[in-house]
Design a binder for this molecule. Structure first.
Ligand code: HEM
Length: 136
């Protein structure tokens, strides 16, 4: 781990508390039909999320999921949180490839975005619950 454990967790929490409202703002922009701004906000937000997964969340997850640690239910929650987060990233890649004309849409982008928004919210709530369980 590049940073110490506590700094990594705090940095990630701070970032998530910025990215969750950014998602809300982006959905608001889409509803107001300001699609270019919506697209830019989400390209930047998910790019930041990918960096957070690689640099901040994966190292901590490695520690939580070390073999021999008790509490299987908690580990399942951590895996679900990360799984949903990864699906959001895959949907984001798909949405971008479709809008860039690199991929033929098999799933309507609007549906993919609605799913991504919902999964992001669930993953965020799980992540917050994981944080509270670890530290409070
Ligand atoms: C994970 C990333 C994304 C999420 C969660 C997301 C979420 C949403 C949501 C909730 C809507 C409104 C759907 C509705 O009216 O029910 C929407 C619409 C839209 N978004 Fe995104 N979006 C994402 C990424 C992007 C990106 C990267 C682009 C541009 C390349 C984009 C362009 C659009 C457009 C053009 C619409 C209007 C679609 C339509 O009405 O058919 N979105 N998005």
């Amino acid at each position: 781990m590049l940073l110490d454990y506590q700094t990594t967790v705090s940095l990630n929490l701070a970032l998530q508390l910025i990215l969750a409202p950014a998602l809300g703002a982006a959905v608001f922009l889409a509803k107001k039909k300001r699609f270019q701004r919506h697209c830019l906000v989400l390209r930047l937000a998910v790019a930041a999320q990918i960096l957070a997964i690689l640099a901040l969340m994966s190292p901590v997850m490695g520690t939580i999921l070390e073999p021999g640690r008790p509490n299987g239910l908690f580990q399942a929650e951590v895996l679900l949180h990360h799984g949903l987060g990864l699906v959001v990233v895959l949907l984001w890649i798909y949405i971008n490839l479709v809008y860039l004309g690199r991929l033929r849409a098999r799933l309507a982008p609007k549906r993919a975005m609605q799913a991504a928004a919902g999964l992001w919210v669930v993953s965020f709530i799980l992540g917050f619950h994981i944080y509270l369980k670890l530290y409070y």
